[in-house]
Design a protein around this ligand. Structure first.
Ligand code: ADP
Length: 477
């Protein structure tokens, strides 16, 4: 290549990171009773960003008590239109501070600033605006019925969309009159902790949102707390199953949003260049750290050679590197264990007979990186066609007829999302109807809107987030 992009880094000093964060209980940061802290790193250079409190049973108990008090004394008594005011305020403050949140999200999680700035953070405020609008209209959301809040919700979220997952869970819960205790993932707690400043700025009554930080053990302790009315979890299917077992036989309601192994299906009548861009967006932007990532590409046999050639050429043009650079397409892998998992699954793929193509761009020396990768000649018997890789790795398969495409796409234990590329309206409508997937994107991929429900079939979980559907997960009648 004769030319390259000049570096275009986003200013990092817009966000002030504290050296140490406590737990956010009853509207304030407090030291953990455990006395323990852990570090959160910048995965792009392995530098320590901050120390974060590690919550144990005693801390969690205190946090749940704070949420219960706020529920009984304040939040459950407020009329919907008053709750709405707080949610509108939160939405507006996130908008005002969006640059700060975007930079922090990219620093702590490794995703490109273009994604955090243009996707994650705008969607966070959009969700608070959307659910603010419902807070005083719940009787219209559930006509003829009288919705009541559930009480206190324990919410556990993963590291791939740290603040967006918080918004998905907190906004509908609060709109319906519940209070929450939320646990961010151990590798990405910082934007949730910055959000506590927003709750304070918005003068949200203390205890309505509480944040506990820690690891899987902290999450497990939270799930077991007897005074919770609801558990909402987003994360791996493996942990989701453990939580389901822990909650069985209790009064706690449960929603689970788990893994995925989405098929992105391209028919011979598709606009191929448009589809290539959608496929690239569906798996490589965000490092494939998306549970609905289009990680299996199903190509109709007649166009397979041209699609593969174009994909191989296109991945060479992806820019991998500094997440804070506005020209970066693919950022850092979120953590070392995740990087090792991706490496080992790709190795298994090659051992089982897949052909490997990788972007040969230079990678930074420090930090956790993985090259955008295509695994070609994959069949459903291969591990990489079945297991969720959660990295920038696309498994390519072919099909001949629409029936065969549906059969392969549905041949998975998951069912979160899928994509279809075709110029025939009748074909994609028929295809969407036959697919067992919560979301089917047609001639686009990874598009989200707060009004649109999201969730899975089979081992991808149950319950829906987003839209009216998310409200029903937080009310009783
Ligand atoms: P991922 O594979 O996306 O890292 P995990 O399911 O391991 O997803 O983690 C998602 C969230 O669940 C994180 O906040 C993590 O700390 C938490 N977690 C992990 N193990 C448990 C558990 N046994 N019980 C409750 N929460 C857990």
């Amino acid at each position: 290549m004769g030319w390259d992009y000049a570096p275009a880094p986003e200013a990092r000093n817009i966000v002030k990171i504290q050296p140490r964060y406590g737990l956010f209980i009853d509207g304030q940061f407090v030291e953990p009773k455990s006395g323990r802290y852990f570090q959160t790193l910048n995965p792009a250079n392995e530098a320590v960003l901050a120390e974060v409190a590690y919550a144990e049973a005693e801390d969690i108990d205190r946090t749940v008590q704070s949420a219960r008090r706020a529920y009984n004394e304040v939040w459950s008594k407020l009329p919907g239109k008053e709750r709405a005011k707080y949610l509108f305020r939160i939405a507006r403050i996130v908008q005002e501070r969006s640059r700060e949140f975007a930079v922090l999200e990219s620093l702590d999680g490794g995703k490109p600033i273009r994604e955090s700035r243009d996707v994650d953070i705008p969607l966070v405020s959009a969700h608070f605006f959307y659910y603010a609008g419902w807070a005083d209209k719940l009787e219209y959301a559930f006509p003829g019925r009288t919705p009541r809040p559930l009480g206190v919700a324990g919410q556990i979220i993963p590291w791939n969309f740290p603040l967006l997952m918080l918004a998905w869970k907190v906004a509908p819960a609060l709109a319906c009159g519940n209070t929450v205790v939320i646990k961010p993932a151990e590798t990405t707690p910082l934007t949730a902790l910055l959000m506590c400043e927003v709750f304070q700025q918005a003068e949200l009554p203390p205890g309505v949102v509480n944040i506990v930080t820690g690891d899987g053990q902290t999450g497990a302790t939270l799930v077991q707390h007897p005074d919770l009315d609801k558990i909402a979890f987003t994360g791996s299917t493996e942990v989701g199953k453990k939580i389901q077992r822990a909650v069985a036989g209790t009064r706690k309601r449960l929603t689970l949003e788990l893994g995925g192994k989405a098929a992105n299906v391209i028919f011979e009548d598709a606009d191929i260049d448009q589809a290539i861009e959608g496929i690239i967006n569906g798996i490589y932007f965000n490092q494939g750290h998306v549970c609905c990532a289009g990680s299996r590409l199903l190509v109709q046999e007649s166009i397979y050679p041209i699609v593969l050639r174009k994909l191989q050429r296109r991945i060479q043009l992806l820019r991998v590197g500094d997440p804070l650079d506005k020209n970066t397409d693919v950022g850092a892998i979120n953590s070392l264990p995740q990087l090792r998992k991706i490496e080992s699954l790709v190795q298994i793929g090659v051992q089982e007979g897949a052909e490997l193509y990788q972007c040969d761009c230079p990678l930074p020396e420090k930090g956790y990186w993985y090259r955008p990768t295509i695994l070609d000649k994959v069949s459903m018997a291969h591990t990489v066609a079945r297991e969720e890789i959660f990295g920038p790795v696309l498994a390519v398969m072919t099909f001949r007829t629409p029936d065969e495409a549906v059969a392969i796409a549905n041949n998975t234990r998951y069912g979160l999302s899928a994509g279809v590329w075709t110029s025939k309206g009748s074909r994609y409508l028929e295809f969407a109807r036959r697919l067992q997937a919560g979301v089917v994107w047609c001639n686009t991929y990874n598009k989200f809107d707060p009004a649109s429900p999201f969730g899975g079939y089979k081992e991808s979980g149950f319950g829906r987030e987003g839209g009216l559907h998310a409200l029903s997960a937080y009310v009783a009648f």
